[in-house]
Design a protein around this ligand. Structure first.
Ligand SMILES: [Zn+2]
Length: 282
């Protein structure tokens, strides 16, 4: 079983009104835990990595080979996505490595520049059947939490419609009040704005900054058209929780046993969030 284009997993999600989490991965253990969860739950999996993360694994091709081996071993349907590439070279590298979806994040550039770069990625990716995600508006990081409270960086619905038409991208990441990393206060999602975007953009909509966002808000966002929710901090926290627990009781001289709990925590988190986002559990 080879990897599938991310759009194959997200199109039915948008049509039927559920979402899939997209899990960040950074080492083989995080991949193993996530794939084992997908096998146990019987669901497809979206794994993603930024250049920093696949860089720590030795390269995009290394990540792709490991991810595909696990997917084959467990019989899991998987899409592998470049998260927050910042240059056309990142997109090219991941396309050549066999990723099935790519995102070049030019969300801090002007509309025209973002559109031109996104169109260039579409021209590279689509002939190979690879999905393209882009972001309009800008989802900031916890440290500059102002972006979550100010309206300045939010996605403008009419611009979103024009952006998708002009670029041909498959999935649009929207800025509606979430942020990456840790929240300093409860986020305020602009659900009316999301509703307006969803009425104009019929493809899958993506929410970055899913970690720490209250479920009640995510539930409403999914009902309005969000089909992919990015999860990074929550998964890494689960992993670290497993390591911290091991440190209290286990001998690090036996790494195989020592790290087992971290694998299990990742698996548990992937099962929990996928069941919840896809409507299999509250
Ligand atoms: Zn993001």
């Amino acid at each position: 079983m080879s990897l599938v284009p991310m759009l194959d997993l997200l199109r039915p999600a948008r049509e039927k009104g559920y979402a899939l989490p997209a899990f960040e991965c950074w080492n083989s253990a995080s991949i193993y835990g996530a794939v084992a969860a997908a096998a146990e739950g019987g669901f497809p999996l979206i794994l993603q990595a930024s250049p920093v993360e696949y860089g720590t694994m030795g390269g995009a091709d290394v990540l792709r080979r490991i991810a595909e081996l696990y997917a084959d071993r467990f019989g899991v349907t998987m899409a592998l996505h470049l998260d927050h590439g910042s240059t056309l070279e990142h997109a090219r590298e991941c396309i050549e490595a066999g990723f099935t979806s790519v995102m070049l994040d030019a969300s801090t550039a002007s509309f025209e520049e973002n559109a031109a770069l996104s169109r260039a990625v579409v021209e590279m990716a689509h002939p190979k059947g690879i999905t393209v995600e882009a972001e309009l508006g800008h989802v900031g990081v916890g440290a500059d939490g102002a972006t979550a409270e100010s309206d300045d960086w939010l996605t403008v619905p009419e611009e979103a419609e024009r952006f998708v038409a002009e670029t041909g991208i498959d999935c649009l990441a929207v800025a509606i009040g979430t942020i990456h990393g840790e929240y300093r206060s409860t986020p305020k999602l602009r659900l009316e704005r999301l509703k307006a975007i969803a009425s104009l953009v019929k493809g899958p909509l993506v929410l970055h900054g899913g970690s720490g966002t209250p479920w009640e808000l995510l539930r409403q966002a999914i009902a309005l058209g969000i089909s992919k929710i990015n999860i990074c901090t929550d998964l890494n926290k689960a992993y670290l929780h497993g390591i911290n627990a091991a440190q209290e009781t286990l001998n690090p001289g036996v790494p195989g046993v020592f790290y087992r709990q971290a694998h299990e925590e990742v698996k548990k988190k992937v099962l929990e969030l996928t069941r919840r986002f896809s409507g299999q559990a509250e």
